[in-house]
Design a protein around this ligand. Structure first.
Ligand code: AN0
Ligand code: CP
Length: 318
């Protein structure tokens, strides 16, 4: 694997899942693979899980790890080519990226959607520059349009808990006070489509995701109807994709909060969320604390998904 930015990069899902379960049984088995190799993790945005789980995965593989928080202590970086740099940005990504590449063997990048321009975000402008100019294998730690390490961990978690070969999985929009990217729901949809589950997306009108991510999912605007017979409820907020509202919060309807009464409509579904989650906006205390909540096992599987990806990138190094 040369880079890891979306579901296609992982190839056959059954093989990837098998590798994940093998690693989960013995996570130190490949401890020699990363010896004297360095992972650089570059964060343009905050993180708790991605930062800790990816570093842990790299350490399980015997790697050294360098973390750069671009907004804390590094020079402010310009990302667009051609601008006259007479503002507060001291350095351009076009120099910073190849410099970072000099000090490491693999690069992980977190760079959320800017919400300034849909075209800029959906072209994955920042992530593509890392792939083009770093000279290193690059993996996404959540970019503008996708969060594949999260989706892979979600898939592992569903495979561990499903009772039928083709469970009904429902992605539901839920309210949040601030505008959040579409990366998590886009990516979740991409992986659920690839896994060929019975997959339904429910959201209020105006929150339609990009058609290339919706794929074969059924879109149901009635949340209660969508929940009927569900085996897994995956909650997430996202801002509007459709123009002219791209990146905007159209409404924060608390009628969409996942609560016990709605969970009672399901087939005793598990509750999932990638975290961080705002309690009593996205989901009630009761549901997230219930025995059907998978939010912690999901986060734990982030170490496993990261380890499969880093292992494969290491195996592909020249
Ligand atoms: C981010 C998002 O919604 O994309 C990261 C989730 C993993 N969440 C927030 O910014 C709260
Ligand atoms: N789920 C997830 O990626 O969490 P962080 O933003 O804390 O890394």
């Amino acid at each position: 694997m040369k880079h890891f930015t979306n579901v296609r990069d992982i190839g056959d899902l059954h093989a990837a899942l098998q590798e994940a379960f093998d690693i989960k049984k013995d996570r130190f088995r490949y401890h020699e693979l990363g010896k004297n190799k360095t992972l650089m993790m570059v964060f343009f945005n905050s993180s708790l899980r991605t930062r800790l789980s990816t570093q842990k995965a790299a350490m399980n593989l015997g790697m050294n790890v360098i973390v750069l928080d671009v907004n804390q202590g590094a020079w402010k970086l310009e990302t667009e080519r051609g601008v006259v740099m007479d503002g507060d940005k001291s350095e351009h990504l076009l120099e910073a990226i190849p410099v970072m590449g000099c000090y490491c063997d693999l690069i992980g990048v977190r760079s959320f959607a800017s919400f300034e321009s849909r075209e800029y975000d959906y072209n994955e402008t920042v992530l593509s520059q890392f792939m083009k100019y770093s000279g290193r294998p690059v993996f996404s730690m959540e970019a503008a349009t996708r969060h594949p390490l999260q989706s892979f961990a979600d898939l592992i978690t569903i495979e561990e808990h499903k009772k039928t070969p083709r469970p009904k999985v429902v992605l539901t929009w839920a309210p949040h006070p601030k505008a959040l990217p579409q990366a998590v729901p886009n990516s979740f949809a991409e992986w659920m489509n690839a896994a060929d589950y019975d997959f339904v997306i429910t959201h209020p009108e105006g929150y339609e995701l990009a058609p290339e991510f919706v794929g074969n999912a059924r879109v149901e605007y009635d949340q209660r109807k969508a929940f009927e017979g569900a085996d897994f409820i995956y909650a997430k907020n996202w801002a509007a994709y459709a123009e002219p509202n791209y990146g905007k919060v159209i409404h924060r309807d608390r009628a969409w909060t996942v609560d016990a009464e709605k969970m009672a409509l399901t087939n005793d579904a598990y509750f999932m969320h990638c975290l961080p989650v705002r309690r009593n906006m996205i989901v009630t205390d009761e549901v997230i604390e219930s025995p059907r909540s998978l939010v912690i096992p999901e986060a734990a599987n982030r170490e496993i998904s990261a380890q499969v990806v880093i292992k494969r990138l290491l195996e592909s190094l020249p």
